[in-house]
Design a protein around this ligand. Structure first.
Ligand code: PEP
Ligand code: MN
Length: 269
């Protein structure tokens, strides 16, 4: 099977114009850089409310925060689960920011459809085909992250699983892939943004936080993502990275996020 047959709906051949995914009064794709920001995980009411206000003031468009966390070790913090989802929802409501959070199991789809604005499928679930098919039966925007060792073709075929069930609201995310390099957590594959844009009409965002795993690389990599034409960025922001329950080493503080946003918004407006 050639690529035009293995992914037809996500293929640019089936839709020459860039797709724009609308979420309330926000959009991903279509020219304006979309910025998703927030902590790796929701940790407490105070934490998520404070960060939500911070990132909103800095000009973020969406609030992220994990409630169900896919951790490599079962002994690591697994997220606040439903309580975390409730707090994220509250923070979204208080700030007016749409919320983005990761789903790990198809059993939660009903709840996520009700409470979440953009449902994230994490790298580890990119090829959970049953989950993708079930999400395809909804109309929610789905943020599909590239798998740790997935090719661009495989990412597009995973998008196709969602789209072939009827949901065309798919946003792709390059978040670094596993290579022989160990200095960084992953290797940010910026050429994938260009490849995806050539092959597909779907919007693509870049997550420099999970790609690098190092807070001091986040700002320059975010700028590089914008330079290659990403439609958006997703950044982990934490008010106390040293004590974060998850991914503190790759989280930037609100002050640094503000200076990044000032540069990005100035460069593109
Ligand atoms: C995340 O965004 O919180 C996350 C777990 O990312 P990834 O699936 O890319 O590792
Ligand atoms: Mn994280």
């Amino acid at each position: 099977m050639n690529t035009q047959q293995s992914y037809r709906l996500s293929n640019r051949m089936s839709h020459m114009d860039n797709s724009v995914i609308r979420v309330g009064d926000k959009a991903i794709g279509g020219g304006r850089l979309a910025v998703i920001a927030g902590p790796c995980s929701v940790e407490s009411k105070e934490q998520i409310l404070e960060l939500a206000k911070n990132v909103k003031e800095c000009g973020a468009d969406f609030l992220r925060g994990g409630a169900f966390k896919p951790r490599s070790s079962p002994y690591s913090f697994q997220g606040m689960k439903l309580e975390g989802l409730e707090l994220l929802k509250q923070a979204g409501k208080e700030t007016g920011l749409p919320i983005v959070t990761e789903i790990m199991s198809a059993d939660m789809i009903g709840r996520f459809v009700e409470d979440v604005d953009v449902i994230q499928v994490g790298a580890r679930n990119m090829q959970n085909f049953e989950l993708l098919k079930e999400l395809g039966k909804t109309t929610k925007p789905i943020l599909l992250k590239r798998g740790l060792s997935a090719t661009v073709d495989e990412l597009l075929m995973s998008a196709e699983y969602i789209m072939s069930e009827g949901n065309s609201n798919v946003i792709l995310c390059e978040r670094g892939i596993r290579t022989f390099e160990t200095y960084t957590r992953n290797t940010l594959d910026l050429s994938a943004v260009l490849a995806i844009k050539k092959l597909s009409h779907l919007p693509v965002i870049v997550d420099p936080s999970h790609a690098a795993g190092l807070w001091w690389m986040v700002e320059p990599l975010a700028k590089a993502a914008v330079a290659v034409g990403a439609d958006g960025i997703m950044i982990e922001v934490h008010n106390d990275p040293a004590n974060a329950k998850c991914d503190g080493q790759q989280s930037i503080k609100p002050e640094r996020f503000k200076s990044l946003m000032d540069v990005l918004r100035k460069d593109i407006s």
